[in-house]
Ligand binder design. Structure first.
Ligand SMILES: Nc1ncnc2c1ncn2[C@@H]1O[C@H](COP(=O)(O)OP(=O)(O)OP(=O)(O)O)[C@@H](O)[C@H]1O
Length: 459
């Protein structure tokens, strides 16, 4: 039987394991400092933050990343490695397969991008690195960072080719991409699995020269059985583990020991793949303050307004649940629209109110994201903005509707606190009914944080 089960929250979660296979016990090394075992057995590397980090990003790259890429990284302000970069880069740059498991906002993107830039041959016209992401929004963001690093700099030898980066994302101009892929394949492709799979099926391009494959937000990618099918084909048929480095990244990898074992058994990774787990004890950053307010559903908009006026966020994201099919059929106005309209008429503290949700067309989504990046604002969003989206000025997160799982709570919260070396306190506030207190408590237990009750101030 080939079971393709969706994953769920860590307690009782299941990966799309293949049927009744017995999973063998894996060796477990607790190493405060990274030490790569010479054996070819798979390994967990749990890394706490207390071990010393190299002084600079350059030190940790140890001559393995081209100088002009590092220069660009430094110009972008990436001079000191974050914890995850300091711990993972020695392993990533040795081309070893790895599961990169670290808190939201910890800098996993730069870590895997530097590994890619160390592996690709800038002179060769072939797709050599592929980054698969779950949403168009995250794809646009990763492409932007990769292009920033790959951009031509003054000191670059004019004969030296720059490294081209293509975004192959759902809703994009795929016709134009087809010609580009055929005429001069880019070195790096950032893709959503849907668009990528179509192109691979039609043999528009091949992955024969693939050196690095990254699956970002890997737990999310395995949510739907349709995606699982495409991912399996990508991992086992369209490219081969022998010649590529495989990197899985996420802030949440439920049942990670089983997942690593499964990766090896399914031949998604080589047998010496490593699980790098930074900050394994605390899934959420410690400078987050978690609050809740008890409010009846019918009063929630007013409660939200009063807490916004009290908090005066620099920039905020308000997460609203998806509209149910039943509510759509009944022709009801979605909660996102209700929140946006209410705030536009009543919120008077100068921040613009913007919307980001699945039902918007792709161009409107791109424009919304562009605007959010350009200035501080209040973004009303569904969980489409819950994964990977990086808006460093976001000081406050509000759960207008409680997320369905602890993992969603973790990723929504992680849209704030995205300045790795800042000691600012970031706030996550959930508006809940009395009955939902139990659900929030469950999240607190699973993610090991404490939530404090706030009193609503009557305006
Ligand atoms: N070495 C560094 N120095 C300063 N800032 C950094 C460094 N590395 C990354 N950042 C910044 O940290 C922020 C978070 O990085 P990134 O988006 O890679 O996080 P992440 O670990 O992928 O988070 P998530 O799991 O939420 O996707 C970004 O704004 C990025 O520019």
């Amino acid at each position: 039987m080939n079971s393709l089960l969706p994953i769920v929250a860590p307690s009782g979660g299941t990966w799309p394991f293949s049927g009744n296979k017995t999973l063998h016990l894996l060796p477990f090394f607790f190493t405060p400092r990274i030490k790569i075992p010479k054996s070819r057995t798979n390994t967990f590397l749990r890394v706490d933050s207390s071990s010393s980090s190299p002084a600079t990003l350059r030190d940790v790259c140890n001559g393995r990343v081209p100088d002009h890429i590092l220069q660009k990284a430094e110009e972008a302000g990436f001079t000191i490695p974050t914890d995850v970069q300091a711990k993972s880069l020695p392993i990533l740059l040795s081309q070893r397969d790895c599961i990169l498991h670290a808190q939201t906002g910890s800098g996993k993107t730069l870590a895997y991008l530097l590994s890619i830039f160390s592996a690709v041959n800038f002179q060769s016209s072939a797709v050599q690195a592929l980054i698969v992401v779950p949403t168009r929004e995250l794809g646009i963001q990763v492409t932007k960072v990769a292009r920033k690093l790959a951009a031509k700099s003054g000191g670059l030898d004019t004969v030296q080719k720059t490294c081209t980066v293509m975004a192959l994302l759902d809703g994009g101009m795929l016709k134009r991409h087809k010609s580009w892929l055929k005429a001069e394949p880019p070195a790096i492709v950032v893709a959503t699995i849907g668009s990528l799979y179509k192109m691979l099926e039609k043999r528009i391009f091949k992955l024969e020269a693939l050196k690095v494959l990254v699956i970002d937000e890997v737990d999310f990618m395995f949510y739907s059985s349709k995606q699982v099918h495409s991912l399996r084909k990508l991992l086992t048929s369209y490219s081969t583990i022998k010649t590529r480095q495989t990197i899985f990244a996420s802030a949440s990898i439920p049942q990670h020991n089983h997942f690593l074992s499964e990766c090896i058994q399914q031949k998604w990774t080589k047998s010496d793949a490593v699980h790098i787990h930074v900050n394994p004890v605390t899934p959420l950053p410690s400078n987050f303050k978690h609050n809740f307010l008890i409010s009846k559903k019918c009063q929630r908009l007013h409660t939200l307004l009063s807490i916004l006026h009290k908090n005066k966020p620099r920039s905020a994201i308000i997460f609203v649940g998806d509209q149910s099919e039943r509510s759509k059929r009944a022709g009801e106005t979605p909660s996102t629209t209700l929140v946006v309209e209410f705030l536009k008429s009543n919120y008077k503290q100068g921040l613009e109110i913007l919307l980001l949700e699945e039902d918007m067309n792709f161009n409107a989504r791109v424009n919304s994201l562009l605007e959010v990046r350009q200035r501080c604002c209040i973004l009303v969003a569904t969980d489409i903005a819950g994964r990977g989206v990086d808006l460093p000025e976001t000081s406050h997160i509000y759960n207008f509707d409680l997320p369905k799982t602890a993992i969603e709570y973790l990723h929504r919260s992680g849209r704030t606190g995205r300045k790795p070396f800042s000691d600012e306190i970031y706030t996550v506030t959930s508006l809940i009914t009395q009955d939902e207190r139990f659900v929030l408590q469950k999240f607190e237990n699973e993610l090991m944080f404490q939530c404090e009750e706030q009193e609503e101030e009557i305006e």
